[in-house]
Design a protein around this ligand. Structure first.
Ligand code: FAD
Length: 463
């Protein structure tokens, strides 16, 4: 996403762009691929939120906006299968979700009062409460006197999946941003956007959008290193031995991959690069299950107090699947994907054990799955899915302009202010494009502003 967004922006500004991708397909960590039996799956369900303004802008530029379906009602289930819903009322932010929150059945009155108090602290501070960059999320929640129920069944449910990290390892400001930008400052921020097609199809328009602007995409083109002379990139070498030279270079690979592309002495000399070793990473596990019959009508469900965190009803979400194209026997069955973020405990467990664990939990939430026949199942473990938004990580996140002349950095891990998300990746791509243009004396803005805080929110912040 970082490479594609910087490429599209630069091509729009009139530059001739060549994008080199080592894999046969586009999308990086947000991609689809085909199983040996011919079924196409996403490596993992990817969702966006209404507050992801740059991702939405990017989808618009490549003609993918129509393929994202937004949902305004969020359903949460507990172990007994009881469902509570959060949805909008015709009230200004931050009150728009208030009535449904007050009726939320999965939390006690004491939990709700504690949560309301912490949300007020976020609001009053305009999303920047004191000390939030020096504490973990768990420490901050304890300072706000949150009940164990509120922590386990509310904060943890939302934040572990949004940030792919446990509360005691997450810098509090990242968690607070999720609530400030997503739930409090604008009524549209929390809407969940889910692709209605496999992820791979979202990028179908990227190639033509780039080619129409005079650019080019080469897949199966692995870069093996940058050639650097006197503090400046003079070219790059591909795995097949060929070389490329350009006026400017954007590295849009993960931070660990960048270290392999730079000469060792450059990494040692420039702290910006050496510091990349400080990043931690966290895993995500996706469990794909196909049943012989329909087991739920919900499009998706967040699970409270369980190891499985989200269930996505892929049959319902994917238009193609709804037409019966290969995701269930004769199109009658149902394909679910269960997502478990910060899945440290699952990394060393066998696929069979993980499937059994998830089936057991599904049986509690969706009792029909106990009697339904599981036609097939697969587990995708991404052991280094995202960088960990740990305390102090901001120190290691570099700007787009690197200390090496003509080398610009993009990737969800660069200094965008956002956690590892598609939104962060697109922001980084736009920032890298802007940095290149500004260096060449061309000034253009691609970066989109956040959703604005609504009037009543501004009043509360001032008070
Ligand atoms: C399982 C999982 C679930 C996720 N869920 C969500 C979600 O719901 N919502 C969300 O917003 N985000 C989610 N994310 C995070 C999101 O996928 C990433 O933040 C985003 O895709 C990162 O984009 P990127 O362009 O920075 O990096 P990448 O996607 O890693 O792209 C880097 C690209 O560089 C290529 N490359 C690497 N080395 C070379 C080389 N030497 N030569 C040529 N090419 C090279 C790679 O093949 C890849 O295509 C999830 C991530 C994972 C793994």
């Amino acid at each position: 996403m970082a490479g594609l967004s910087s490429a599209i922006a630069l091509a729009e500004a009139g530059w001739r762009v060549r994008l080199l991708e080592k894999r046969p397909h586009l999308g990086g960590r947000a991609a689809s691929y085909t199983l040996p039996d011919g079924t196409e799956i996403d490596n993992c369900q990817h969702v966006t939120l209404g507050c992801c303004t740059n991702l939405e802008d990017f989808y618009g530029r490549v003609g993918a906006q129509e393929k994202i379906r937004y949902f305004e009602r969020l359903a949460f289930a507990d172990r007994s299968g009881r469902i509570s819903r959060i949805g909008p009322w015709p009230l200004p932010a931050p009150l728009h979700l208030g009535p449904s929150f007050a009726c939320f059945r999965g939390l006690s009155v004491a939990d709700k009062l504690a949560i309301a108090r912490a949300l007020m602290a976020i609001l009053r501070s305009g999303g920047r409460p004191e000390g939030a960059t020096a504490a973990t999320m768990l420490e901050w929640l304890r300072e706000q006197r949150q009940t164990p129920g509120a922590i386990e069944r509310f904060w943890r449910v939302v934040l572990v999946s949004a940030l792919d990290e446990e509360l005691d390892r997450t810098q509090a400001q990242y968690g607070i941003d999720v609530f400030w930008k997503g739930f409090l400052m604008n009524h549209a921020g929390y809407r969940i956007g889910v692709p209605a097609v496999p992820l791979g199809e979202l990028y179908a328009g990227c190639r033509s959008a780039l080619e129409q602007r005079g650019g080019e995409i080469r897949t199966r083109a692995r870069v093996s290193g940058f050639s650097i002379e006197e503090g400046r990139v003079v070219g790059l070498v591909l795995e097949d031995g060929s070389e490329e030279a350009a006026d400017a270079y954007v590295s849009a690979v993960p931070h660990s991959a960048l270290l392999d592309l730079l000469p060792a002495e450059v990494v040692e000399r420039e702290p910006v690069f050496g510091q990349l070793r400080q990043f931690g990473s966290s895993p995500i596990t996706g469990v794909h299950l196909w049943f012989d019959r329909e087991v739920t009508q919900e499009p998706f469900l967040a699970l409270m107090g369980m190891e499985s965190q989200w269930i996505f009803n892929k049959t319902r979400l994917l238009e193609a699947a709804a037409n019966g194209s290969g995701n269930g026997p004769g199109g009658q069955g149902q394909y679910l994907q269960v997502v478990i973020s910060a899945s440290y405990d699952l990394v060393s467990r066998s696929r069979q054990e993980i499937i059994e664990l998830v089936r057991k939990e599904l049986g509690e939430v969706l009792p029909v799955t106990r009697t339904a026949r599981m036609v097939k199942a697969t587990v995708v473990k991404e052991t280094a899915a995202t960088f960990s938004p740990a305390l102090g990580v901001d120190r290691w996140r570099p700007e787009a302009q690197s200390p090496i002349r003509q080398l610009f950095l993009a990737g969800d891990w660069t200094r965008t202010g956002w956690p590892a998300t598609m939104e962060s990746a697109v922001r980084s791509g736009y920032l890298a494009a802007q940095a290149i243009l500004s260096r060449a004396g061309q000034h253009r803005t691609f970066l989109q502003p956040d959703l604005p805080p609504e009037g009543f929110v501004q009043m509360l912040v001032r008070s």
